[in-house]
Design a protein around this ligand. Sequence first.
Ligand SMILES: Nc1ccn([C@@H]2O[C@H](COP(=O)(O)OP(=O)(O)OP(=O)(O)O)[C@@H](O)[C@H]2O)c(=O)n1
Ligand SMILES: C[C@](O)(CO)[C@H](O)COP(=O)(O)O
Length: 251
Amino acid sequence: MPTDSPIHVLIPAAGVGQRAGTPCPKQYQPVAGAPVLAHTLRVFAPLRAQGQLAQVWLVVAPQDGWLDGALPDVDAHARVLRCGGASRAASVANGLAAMRQAGVADHAWVLVHDAARCLLQPAQVTALIAAGRAAAARGDAWPGALLALPLPDTLKQADAQDRVAATVARVDKWLAQTPQMFRLAELQAALARAFDGDDYPGVTDEASAMEALGARPQLVVGSAQNLKLTYPDDFALAEALLQARALAAGG
Ligand SMILES: Nc1ccn([C@@H]2O[C@H](COP(=O)(O)OP(=O)(O)OP(=O)(O)O)[C@@H](O)[C@H]2O)c(=O)n1
Ligand SMILES: C[C@](O)(CO)[C@H](O)COP(=O)(O)O
């Protein structure tokens, strides 16, 4: 299979953001002057303009009533798929099926990226793409790669009462981030294999589904700034980081 297959981005954005406690689904919450999702889409714009990316696909919930108001120009940045599912994995699986129906090749690369990680930077995407292609070029079975962060803190294992049961060696532990890069048909097959008729138990990211097939995706050092906005405090941090970047860029 060609290592230089077209590269697509798939952004699952069909969650409700329950833990964030925002008045709207967190991907539509304004941060530093724009909805979280607008910042996320903006990361991929220069890569598309340079021809590194073929298309960005955005998965929202079928009943989403926020997108058109929050991002009236979304069609300029992404093809919108209103096929979100009950879980992140279901939204990704539905998005992949829609991409294939739309004619995207089986061997195309797909970079799955959380809408809620709006602090990703284009250089990290470029590094990930290089690692994914290198995995294919060296002949890895089910080649792929993901951004991740070596664990920066001491890791504790808890007992049922939240007391420390053990200190776990952290030298080989990483925190998975997104984007995660795999070939479309291989990721689709991995998710189909994980489906139990209702949901995708144990599939908390794309790599976990691929690992169950036997894949050994390449870990690529991301950044602590590539955080997933999950809890209320995360929004103030994102606001500060985005404003600092705008200032540094002279904006
Ligand atoms: N059914 C779902 C659930 C999540 N996501 C997306 O997957 C990403 C990561 O998920 P998470 O941070 O857990 O988002 P939510 O599910 O919205 O958050 P919560 O679990 O707090 O409700 C988000 O961009 C979210 O919109 C999705 O597309 N479809
Ligand atoms: C995919 C992910 O962002 C990798 O860290 C994470 O697993 C998503 O978890 P969530 O609980 O669905 O937010």
